[in-house]
Design a protein around this ligand. Structure first.
Ligand SMILES: [Fe+2]
Ligand SMILES: [Fe+2]
Length: 310
């Protein structure tokens, strides 16, 4: 690495610190502001909930589905942020006796993820006071984090970059333009997105820095581990699609026959795979960063693995 690269890298960490300080927000004072959710508004936009895939449901039922999916959206972020934060704290070790600006950027990153998890717990509680009883989200964030952190740093950072980039894409492409969304739900993800923008820059800096120290064999193994992590994410999505479909059918107020039940569960899974796997995999910047690090063959292995999750 030459002197110019080094300066620009420190400068990128410094800009993240500066932006993080400028945009810093408070859960109650800035986001919630004494507001409540109500059942007349959608929580997730049609572009994310894939409302059109729920072909047998009425407009009111589709709105209920968007509220269930919105609650799950908050819970999934709360889940992934547990391992993201642990990995960020671990990576900060590399900067303890080095670039103090980079260290500050990662400490702020970690602090923000702790706050986001508190925000998503708050949202889950507020929605639970509004929607019928019986909703389940039984995936334990600590067990998932332990399993994820058993994979190589390269694989975890690649997954984290993917997640933190799609958060921004979801907000800009779907959440912001939808006029029928709950204003409170929209604000939760506006404020979240503002801090995630810095996280995605830091993920990329850390991934590229870490990648530079790997051998070709280590990177090749890491690509396999990244594919394993995506498959593990899919396992979580399958379980939650089943849970959310069962909750919808138990509380929608009418009888659903077996064929329709299968279609509803399939639509939930399609929406969750879109939200947490395919929208990120298709993110142009994610593709650009990854293709700068891996071979064409490794890229194809990732693409073939993703193609099986349809
Ligand atoms: Fe976050
Ligand atoms: Fe983040």
């Amino acid at each position: 690495m030459n002197a110019i690269d080094k300066i620009s890298e420190t400068d990128r960490y410094a800009r993240c610190v500066e932006t993080s300080k400028r945009l810093r927000w408070d859960i109650e004072k800035d986001v919630i502001r004494g507001r409540r959710f109500d059942t007349t508004h959608k929580f997730l936009p049609d572009g994310l909930s894939l409302a059109d895939a729920f072909t047998t449901l009425s407009a009111d039922e589709k709105r209920f589905v968007s509220q269930i999916q919105g609650r799950t959206y908050a819970n999934v972020f709360g889940l992934v942020e547990r391992f993201i934060n642990a990995k960020v704290l671990e990576l900060s070790h590399d900067h303890w006796f080095g670039d103090q600006v980079a260290l500050e950027a990662l400490v702020r990153f970690s602090d923000e993820e702790l706050k986001h998890q508190a925000l998503f717990r708050r949202i889950d509680k507020m929605v639970s006071d509004l929607l019928p009883d019986g909703y389940r989200f039984d995936i334990d964030p600590n067990s998932v984090a332990r399993a994820v952190l058993g994979k190589s740093t390269w694989a975890v950072l690649a997954l984290t970059l993917d997640i933190e980039l799609f958060t921004q894409l979801h907000y800009r492409q779907s959440i912001d333009p939808d006029a029928e969304l709950s204003e409170l739900f929209k604000d939760v993800f506006l404020y979240h997105w503002r801090e995630e923008s810095q996280h995605a820059i830091l993920d990329e800096l850390e991934l590229v820095r870490h990648d530079a120290g790997l051998t070709a064999e280590e990177r090749d193994r890491a690509v396999n581990e990244f594919i394993e992590l995506v498959a593990a994410v899919d396992g979580i999505l399958q379980a939650q699609a089943k849970a959310d479909a069962s909750y919808f059918m138990a509380t929608c107020g009418r009888t659903v026959d077996e064929a329709e039940a299968g279609a509803i569960e399939a639509a939930f899974l399609k929406a969750y795979r879109w939200q947490y796997i395919h929208s990120g995999a298709q993110h142009p910047h994610f593709g650009k960063v990854l293709s700068g690090l891996i071979t064409e063959n490794q890229g194809q292995r990732i693409q073939s693995a993703l193609a099986t999750l349809q």
